[in-house]
Design a protein around this ligand. Sequence first.
Ligand code: ATP
Ligand code: ATP
Ligand code: MG
Ligand code: MG
Ligand code: MG
Ligand code: MG
Length: 282
Amino acid sequence: MANSRYEYVRNRELPDPLLPNAYFVVRIDGRGFHKFSKHYDFAKPNDLNALNLLNAAATAVMRQLPDIVLGYGVSDEYSFLFRRRTELFDRRASKIVTTVVSTFTAAYTFLWPQYFPDRPLVAEMLPTFDGRAVVYCTKKEIRDYFSWRQVDCHINNLYNTTFHALMDKGGMSNTDAEARLSGTVAADKNEILFSQFGINYNNEPEIFKKGNVAFRDLKKLVEGEEQPENLKLEDMNLDKEFSSKNAKAKARRRIQKAEIVVQHVDIIQDYFWNERAPWILA
Ligand code: ATP
Ligand code: ATP
Ligand code: MG
Ligand code: MG
Ligand code: MG
Ligand code: MG
């Protein structure tokens, strides 16, 4: 662009870089999804199609943004962990957050008809999402962040499962069910489910209890790719020092060709981080 006397306004844009060399998570959350889910008649408490759509949109985001190394989603939210040294958009927070949000929203909207073929979106009730980026300096904080979200999933799901059992199977009103659960702890809810409705909470689907963990399965490459030999998983972290440029380029290619999977597994204990996906926090 040619210089003009108006150009000074550009200087009013303030830099908003995320702390260099630190982890950060972008979390998106649906706006007014309580209402949205009623409008489109989501199954309560858990609509499986809606979760599958959420996962499909998250997978699309991760395909577009290879520096995202982990996603965790539940209800109308998804958290995306970026690799520590990413230089995406010079780490400008607003560029990163808005790109994640709009990529997610675009995919969610585009894919909607595949998951809700009989319920077309209407202009008055389109899905929209907010987003924020939060910096975490240590691996412990990252582990604690994802533990926080997964515990939240568990607490909400146990509550919602019991709440809806009291209403749908127990014939209670909304208000009575709420009153019945007020002040109860997890053990009480498990007991209500079991003794009143014969439901063993442990047997509820993992997707509802544990939420959705999205990551590149480096052992599972997209179709047509050769299974790599002697793959040392903990070395497949692009933030690590590589022996050579060639080794790094090879790792990058492998990561690009890995299939993005969504699993409903525990991410509070060590197993996922140490054995299943050790490169994520290597
Ligand atoms: P806000 O705009 O502040 O985020 P919200 O209405 O989206 O408000 P949330 O706390 O984000 O409130 O909760 C999302 C709500 O969306 C849930 O409480 C639930 O009612 C509904 N919801 C989201 N996903 C599903 C699903 N898969 N099945 C059934 N209901 C869902
Ligand atoms: P970035 O991701 O950095 O924004 P970009 O490719 O979007 O990269 P911009 O500087 O935003 O680059 O420029 C947008 C480009 O999109 C224009 O240079 C032009 O090539 C194209 N474009 C946008 N709108 C139109 C339009 N209405 N008709 C034709 N071309 C368009
Ligand atoms: Mg919110
Ligand atoms: Mg919401
Ligand atoms: Mg929410
Ligand atoms: Mg542009």
